[in-house]
Design a protein around this ligand. Structure first.
Ligand code: SF4
Ligand code: SF4
Length: 380
């Protein structure tokens, strides 16, 4: 079925979307790389990525929608943060920019249903379709690259020459054979390696993928348990996600147009401005406060674990009291364990006293081990 790309773009822009392209439900070009990535274990403990049925669906998108004849790949912008990623206020934490707004899982379906209504009007046709927004096993960056939404940069992000990499992807599988759009014929990273040098954990791999086991985004969002000590200081001020490899990218800094509004508005969460206050939030309050935010994914346990690490990295004596209180009174041992580490980072007589007091009453072996580690490595 014929519709010009400019008509599609017009319909997409009417819905606040910045990019649209079309590809076929054939096996995506990035599938072999994906298998290699899994084979090396770079997916960390995201075991769902390696399940057999998930791999099959990634290789054959039509398994998700048997009538699929074409796939519309959609991009929707989020803002590019223009603050210096290395400077931050003591007591607050940084949140990856995509998570400043409403949860894309909630926003995309409504907007994309409206988009499809306008497309059906335009074509005078009835279309069966299914919308996916990070909700099924899809190699979405590969499909979007095939559909012309950008090239995969060395930092593994999809980069569009006019919009940089600050956009989220969704897909609409349709039962009509729309003409595929052309991929961008080249990649424009050239000799640049800024993201590779800026990444605090050296997790960017030569094949434009990431070793998730080391990536701050994975560690602070997806990873459920203890964060290995070697990565805690590298997390810096990031309490949810990490934007560094996008912030340093010239395609975001100099060439992209980040103006205009976004479907994820309102953006009211540029930072978690009072980490100390977060520790007094109960599990139910956490669910309510972050009900419509991507931050909910980390759960209270993950966010407070991360918040303790950030306070430890900021090394402010003002945080000793709150961290000591967490160590003695918080019910979640994962959070207590990271509070013990944070006290060790801050140091001083008060922090030492807190660790010694906690050692008398603590019963969780992992927390006790962290307390002992701190005492054994105390910097007098
Ligand atoms: S998100 Fe952060 S840790 Fe992950 S690759 Fe980018 S700079 Fe490195
Ligand atoms: S920082 Fe440079 S190498 Fe990295 S993605 Fe951007 S252009 Fe490519």
């Amino acid at each position: 079925m014929k519709t010009s790309h400019s008509v599609l773009e017009g319909l997409a822009h009417d819905q606040g979307l910045i990019l649209v392209g079309i590809t076929t439900p054939n096996p995506p070009s990035g599938f072999d790389n994906y298998l290699r990535w899994l084979g090396h274990g770079f997916h960390a403990d995201m075991f769902y990525l390696g399940r057999e049925d998930a791999i099959r669906k990634r290789s054959q998108p039509s398994l998700l929608f048997p009538d699929c004849r074409s796939i519309l790949c959609i991009g929707a912008a989020y803002p590019f943060p223009n603050h210096d990623p290395r400077a931050w206020n003591a007591g607050s934490g940084k949140v990856a920019t995509y998570a400043w707004g409403r949860d894309y899982h909630d926003v995309f379906p409504e907007v994309l249903n409206n988009f499809m209504l306008s497309l059906m009007n335009e074509l005078h046709a009835s279309i069966s379709y299914k919308i996916f927004s990070d909700s099924a096993p899809i190699l979405e960056k590969s499909l979007a690259q095939q559909a012309g939404l950008g090239w995969i940069g060395k930092n593994s992000c999809l980069i569009h020459p006019a919009h940089g990499s600050t956009f989220l992807l969704a897909e609409i599988f349709t039962d009509i054979p729309l003409n595929a759009t052309d991929p961008i014929q080249d990649e424009f990273c050239g000799s640049c390696e800024r993201c590779i040098h800026a990444c605090p954990t050296n997790c960017i791999l030569p094949d434009r993928s990431l070793d998730a086991r080391k990536c701050i985004s994975y560690l602070t969002i997806e990873h459920r348990g203890r964060i290995p000590r070697e990565y805690r200081s590298k997390i810096g001020n990031w309490v949810f996600g990490c934007d560094i490899c996008q912030q340093v990218c010239p395609w975001n800094q100099r060439f992209a147009n980040h103006e205009g509004s976004s479907i994820f508005l309102p953006y009211d969460l540029p930072e978690i401005s009072n980490l100390a206050a977060l520790f007094s939030i109960s599990p139910n309050e956490f669910k309510t406060q972050f009900a419509h935010s991507p931050i909910l994914r980390s759960r209270r346990s993950g966010i407070l674990r991360n918040a303790a690490i950030v306070l430890g990295n900021q090394k402010s004596f003002e945080s000793v009291k709150i961290l000591g209180n967490v160590l003695l009174n918080e019910s979640d041992p994962l959070i207590r364990e990271h509070a013990a580490w944070a006290l060790t980072q801050i140091g001083g007589q008060s922090a030492l006293r807190m660790l010694n007091v906690a050692r008398q009453s603590e019963i969780d072996p992992a927390v006790l081990s962290e307390i002992q580690y701190g005492l054994d490595h105390w910097d007098m």
